[in-house]
Design a protein around this ligand. Structure first.
Ligand SMILES: Nc1nc2c(ncn2[C@@H]2O[C@H](COP(=O)(O)OP(=O)(O)OP(=O)(O)O)[C@@H](O)[C@H]2O)c(=O)[nH]1
Ligand SMILES: [Mg+2]
Ligand SMILES: [Zn+2]
Length: 293
């Protein structure tokens, strides 16, 4: 039977087979010699050892479409980053770092602003404009009024989407709306912040509908930008790309150089100031990391 690893705990892999349910499986030694470790998201072939107990063995890992390092999961089609528009306020620095991290791994990101019910349209526009200039797909949702949830479901259809976002933004609430069977714990944000950790601690996949999965990952409160040279950072800001090669100097960093096309686009508001500032602070960050080598 063909299934998908939806969760791995203490040497057991839980494989979901559409139409049959969940099997608790072990991975036999065969993978070790090839140095492949089964990952959440893997499509696998299993042999059933005991149907009544739902136990089996993983006998084959199908060829992976891709492998993400952070989070460490396989076969991801896209990412959905969720921020609340309020309670807690969005952290754009974190958002920008996440977008870069996903671009580095070749995965497209949809930005979801949740808790739309808490702010007016002006605030939503203010938050999203910088990202629209970068051609990011943005969606607004509320699990209180159900706005945007149908659109979200259609964006997820026939794909495996990795979900991410800081604590308290409503990830579990959204999963519960999309797949009521998930029955995830939803917590009060003041309690969450006090406790200082996320409810979700392992990556886990939820089956939304046929051929549609979402991967819930442990939330994060900080992200490091790694393995990017200062000169390459501009390539991770999609709205810069059409200007990057029009500057007077080859290798222009768009900071102090004269005749810079990116700064010109900035002055014409084709690139948002928020994103440009974020770019500059990441350049400083990369510089500060260099000092320690
Ligand atoms: N007003 C409003 N509150 C929401 C919405 N979605 C979720 N909440 C509330 O926000 C709080 C946090 O929601 P969760 O779904 O637990 O957040 P989470 O992102 O899963 O948090 P972690 O598991 O800690 O990472 C709860 O009190 C929810 O009821 C929304 O659309 N509008
Ligand atoms: Mg949660
Ligand atoms: Zn420039």
């Amino acid at each position: 039977m063909k299934g998908k690893i939806i969760k791995g705990i203490a040497g057991f892999y839980y494989c979901y087979v559409e139409g049959y349910g969940l099997y608790e499986c072990k991975a036999k030694g065969i993978f070790r010699k090839d140095d492949i470790k089964p990952l959440v998201g893997d499509d696998v072939r299993i042999e059933v050892l005991d149907e009544s107990q739902k136990k089996g063995n993983i006998v084959e890992i199908c060829k992976r479409k891709n492998t993400l390092i952070r989070p460490n999961v396989a076969n991801v089609d896209q990412a959905l980053i969720i921020f609340a528009v309020a309670h807690p306020d969005p952290n754009f620095d974190l958002l920008d770092r996440f977008l870069i991290m996903m671009l580095q791994q070749g995965v497209e990101t949809i930005i979801c602003f949740n808790k739309k019910d808490l702010v007016d349209k002006e605030t939503l526009d203010k938050y999203s404009l910088p990202y629209l200039k970068g051609n990011y797909k943005i969606i607004y949702t509320s699990t209180k009024t159900n706005e945007g949830l149908d659109e979200l479901e259609s964006l997820l259809s026939n794909k495996t989407t990795v979900l991410a976002g800081p604590s308290g933004v409503g990830k579990s609430s959204i999963i519960n709306k999309l797949c009521p069977d998930a029955d995830m714990e939803v917590g009060d944000i003041s309690k969450k912040l006090k406790r200082g950790r996320h409810t979700t601690r392992h990556s886990e996949i939820f089956h939304v509908k046929h051929d549609t999965y979402i991967i819930d990952t442990p939330g994060f409160s900080s992200l490091e930008v790694r393995d990017i040279e200062k000169e390459d950072l501009q390539n991770y800001f999609p709205e810069f790309i059409e200007y990057n090669n029009q500057c007077r100097f080859v290798g222009c960093l768009h900071i102090t150089e004269p005749d810079c096309a990116v700064k010109e686009a900035l002055s014409e508001d084709k690139i948002s100031n928020v994103r440009y500032e974020s770019y500059k602070s990441l350049i400083d960050y990369i510089d500060s990391q260099k000092k320690y080598y």
